[in-house]
Design a protein around this ligand. Structure first.
Ligand SMILES: C[S@@+](CC[C@H](N)C(=O)[O-])C[C@H]1O[C@@H](n2cnc3c(N)ncnc32)[C@H](O)[C@@H]1O
Length: 433
């Protein structure tokens, strides 16, 4: 089977019901699509299907007389894929409806072809009324889970609508030029030559913004390690760590290694890249090899240093903590399907434990940078404030550039889409000498 819509429906069902990540669902189907246009279509259907699932899944409740989700989950996912083609991707009506009806045959459900055709046509006829009904409900209109909308409304009452809109807006692709191999200007020139709209970032020294989304691994210079993909918000770590050649640095939650690699591109460091998830170490090793970087890569639980620490204090610690990832929903739309309200307290408890367990490993006079891609104060400003109040020799430093987001307790918080960047939090904490 190589019908793009049918494959997208199966993959989307895996994401929604199977709890599979969008990234691995797409990685599973991509090799079955020889044609680049089919790959691009499946990617768009899958990403937008996950992004808009909560809206169009609910809408199908109004469009179908008898629910399909339980009996025919893949056809139900196909209907969401059909609605997304019409309502989000703006594909021509005939192609979208005929292609989706064809896909139901590919899925060996020809008896449901008439139903799929009728539901999509009814949507086209009643769209204005259906849109008006959805507009009255913030969670439904923006396809977010109600618990998250309520949490954001409590945490960011003046910004909640902008955050929800940013999560549904396209995000430019941002690259990080590897200083050891090229410069942002040389990278921009190469991309422009290849016909891509690209520009150096206005204030991040290593960042290049690519307007059109493309498979970067096929771009010239990628295999030679000239650049990596990394959102601008994630490109602050080396500056905040105040690095110099020779420092001993711990990246406590390192995989897949984006921030470690950036630090190593800037300085010759004695860097330990640690991660609890051993499966994520191999891609990190490949990445470092591609970029021409050297580090010690170790599997271990950062909260249990006895398992991996040799007793020598670190000059710098980066804690890019596991978190709700609520700042990167625009790039990973499946987060809104997989995250649950109870995950936030669990993540906060883990973050607090990581801060407490890693702090003794920092030498007096050293620095810890705490970062998350969350926008929830519980994991960010409140988390670091609580750490400071229970840790006598920890001092917050006002080290994050004011250009980056807004002041948030002892750190700074960027909200998604602001200045084109992901939602991200940083705090800089020095240890009294
Ligand atoms: C936000 S990601 C890190 C991204 C990475 N710093 C980068 O820039 O590419 C969080 C990572 O923390 C790891 N992790 C979670 N809990 C951990 C623990 N207790 N010890 C070590 N690593 C942990 C996860 O496996 C995941 O790879």
């Amino acid at each position: 089977m190589n019908d793009a819509r049918a494959l997208a429906a199966q993959a989307l069902d895996q994401v929604v019901r199977g709890g599979v990540s969008l990234r691995s669902a797409f990685a599973d189907v991509a090799p079955r699509l020889a044609d680049a246009r089919d790959r691009a279509l499946v990617s768009a259907l899958l990403h937008e299907g996950a992004r808009w699932w909560l809206r169009y899944d609910a809408l199908l409740g109004r469009l179908l007389q008898k629910p399909l989700r339980g009996r025919e989950p893949v056809v139900h996912a196909l209907l969401v894929v059909g609605l997304v083609q019409l309502a989000v991707l703006g594909l021509p009506e005939y192609a979208a409806v005929a292609g989706t009806v064809e896909a139901v045959r590919t899925l060996k459900r020809p008896q449901l072809a008439g139903l799929v055709n009728a539901v999509l046509r009814r949507f086209l006829r009643e769209r204005a009324t259906l849109d008006a009904a959805a507009a009255a409900d913030r969670a439904l209109a923006t396809a977010h889970p109600p618990w998250l909308v309520q949490q954001l409304a409590r945490d960011w009452p003046d910004d909640v609508d902008a955050i929800l809109a940013a999560n549904n807006a396209p995000a430019a692709l941002v690259l990080r030029a590897n200083r050891r191999r090229t410069t942002p200007d040389a990278l921009v020139a190469r991309l422009l030559d290849a016909g891509h709209a690209a520009a150096a970032h206005a204030w991040l020294p290593d960042a290049v913004v690519l307007e059109d989304s493309t498979d970067v691994t096929r771009l010239s210079g990628y295999a030679q390690g000239e650049f990596s993909v990394q959102d601008g918000a994630a490109q602050l770590a080396p500056d905040l760590l105040d690095l110099r050649d020779g420092l001993r640095v711990l990246d406590a939650c390192a995989a897949p290694g984006g921030k470690s690699a950036h630090c190593l591109e800037r300085h010759a460091l004695d860097l330990l890249a640690l991660d609890r998830d051993a499966q994520r170490l191999a891609p990190m090793r490949e990445n470092f090899a591609r970029l021409g970087l050297g580090a010690t890569i170790t599997a271990g639980d950062a909260a249990d240093p006895a398992g991996w620490w040799d007793g020598r204090a670190f000059d710098r610690i980066l804690l890019d903590a596991p978190c709700s990832a609520t700042g990167v929903i625009r790039r990973q739309p499946d987060i809104r399907l997989h995250r649950r309200a109870g995950d936030i307290e669990r993540a906060a408890a883990e973050q607090a434990q990581l801060l407490d367990r890693l702090w003794p490993l920092l030498r007096p006079g050293g620095r810890l940078v705490y970062a998350t891609c969350s926008i929830l104060p519980r994991e960010n400003a409140d988390q670091v404030a609580a750490f400071l109040s229970r840790t006598a020799d920890a001092r917050a430093r006002d080290g994050v550039p004011p250009r980056f987001g807004r002041a948030a307790g002892p750190g700074r918080q960027n909200l998604p889409g602001v200045d084109g960047m992901d939602g991200f939090f940083y705090a800089v904490v020095d240890k009294v000498a």
